[in-house]
Design a protein around this ligand. Sequence first.
Ligand code: HEM
Length: 141
Amino acid sequence: MELSTQTKQICKATAPAVKEHGEAITTRMYEILFETYPKTKALFDGAPADQNKKLAAAIAVYASNIDDLAVLDTAVEAMAQRHVKTNVKPEHYPMVGTALLQAIKDVLGEAATDEVIEAWKEAYFFLGDILIAREEKIRAA
Ligand code: HEM
């Protein structure tokens, strides 16, 4: 399935704000994630201190390239390899998604209208499905 033109437009329009507040959003996201789903904390045991910057950067790059996701192939491969090594599973994606969307709301405040959140939700799970599929292939290989 393709992302709708409207979803892409909203993500692109809000990408600068998400990028500008990228670190605040991801810091808040991990706070919510570990509070709501404490079991996910162990997955990050070996993670570098700048892990939150990596996720913020990945989200910013993704939003900027939402019209041409092929640009992201190399990045997707690196993420998928890392996820498999650290035991990230498909069931973790909704947990991170929920935490991320709430974090965007918390940090962007009124700018995060229902429409904006819905667009980011679609975009997150679109990328999530790509990663899940690739990770399943890597695990099976
Ligand atoms: C669309 C969703 C996601 C994006 C964009 C994303 C992005 C990233 C990126 C950019 C990295 C660093 C890869 C590298 O080192 O080259 C990473 C690593 C990682 N991610 Fe994700 N991720 C997503 C979903 C998830 C989920 C659902 C989990 C599960 C809680 C998760 C847990 C991790 C862990 C544990 C690492 C490795 C940390 C380490 O270096 O030890 N990610 N992710």
